[in-house]
Ligand binder design. Structure first.
Ligand SMILES: C[S@@+](CC[C@H](N)C(=O)[O-])C[C@H]1O[C@@H](n2cnc3c(N)ncnc32)[C@H](O)[C@@H]1O
Length: 289
């Protein structure tokens, strides 16, 4: 399934400068939520009263806004929809994990944990999933959001995936060289150039033989620095297919597939790239160790 050829998509242009502060102020009021927006949450929680769910989501959104960095995908409620099941490699990963419970997946940059819950709904045992993020608080809000604190037993670990110590001796280090899959949805584009390289190399270290790292990120053509990182230390770096592929190869991956999203399914849920400035693109990648 994976290996879709890169497809051309029209460049998105505006007059934004090469590198800039994060251009999205968090609005005071949340945007409207349609019944469709609430579908996954309703399915997962079993709560059919959508007005009740809507109020629940708004209350959590306000608490997050008051306490944490509000990524664009949080501003826009993109965390209500899984991304992983829209990736072209997902059907194969899912089939492999359903056939063999010993195959482990890492959800890196899990945030609220909608992709972890999607895996669970698809029948992947919780014992096969590890979720990790630099910030634990999103996950804690996720437990409120998905109302599953009492039944969630997924292994979790908190720390920066770009830090060598986190990989060498952190809580996930026993899994080094043993993971069948690693997933990172909308994570690489929040990192600096050096951190993207470190992230990709660290995922390689976590994967077992023939393990696959798959995910999506915002890219740019031509590639280059963009807005400040959430920490304010350095600028985010946005790759293009060729520069991202070179990094994967440099890190030792044997087979790499990267395509531009031309399907509004993933694109529309990533970040609102038409307002991102410059030539923003969405990259869909899968790389085999
Ligand atoms: C734009 S959000 C995407 C979240 C989620 N994967 C999704 O698809 O909605 C980026 C996530 O990456 C996490 N993150 C940022 N830097 C990280 C790092 N160095 N190590 C691990 N996670 C990181 C953030 O805390 C945040 O949860």
């Amino acid at each position: 399934m994976y290996g879709a050829a890169a497809m051309a998509t029209p460049a998105l242009l505006d007059d934004a400068t090469e590198s800039q502060p994060y251009p999205y102020a968090t609005p005071e009021q949340p945007k409207e939520l349609s019944d469709r927006d609430l579908h996954f949450l309703s399915l997962y929680t079993g709560e059919r009263d959508l007005d009740k769910l809507r109020a629940h989501v708004f209350a959590i959104w306000r608490s997050v806004k008051d306490t944490l960095w509000v990524y664009r995908c949080i501003q826009e409620f993109m965390f209500l929809q899984p991304r992983i099941n829209m990736h072209p490699f997902y059907p194969q990963a899912k089939a492999d994990m359903l056939a063999d419970n010993s195959k482990r997946i890492l959800d890196i940059g899990c945030c609220f944990g909608q992709d972890t819950r999607c895996l669970m709904l698809d029948g992947i045992p919780q014992s096969s999933i590890s979720a990790t993020d630099i910030t634990q608080q999103y996950w804690d809000f996720g437990k409120q959001l998905f109302m599953d604190a009492d039944k969630l037993h997924v292994e979790t670990a908190w720390g920066s995936f770009t830090e060598p110590e986190y990989i060498q001796s952190g809580p996930l280090s026993p899994l080094k060289g043993k993971c069948a899959f690693a997933w990172a949805g909308a994570v690489l584009h929040v990192l600096t150039a050096d951190d993207v390289s470190a992230f990709i190399a660290h995922v390689h270290a976590m994967l077992g033989p023939s393990g696959v790292f798959f995910g999506t990120c915002v890219g740019q053509d031509p590639p280059g620095e963009w807005a400040d990182t959430p920490t304010g230390k350095g600028k985010r770096y946005l790759h293009r297919e060729d520069t991202l592929e070179a990094l994967f190869k440099q890190a030792g991956y044997s087979k790499v597939s990267i395509s531009r999203d031309t399907d509004l399914g993933i694109l529309e849920r990533q970040e609102e790239i038409s307002t991102f400035g410059k030539h923003k693109i969405i990259l869909i990648f899968a790389a085999t160790k």
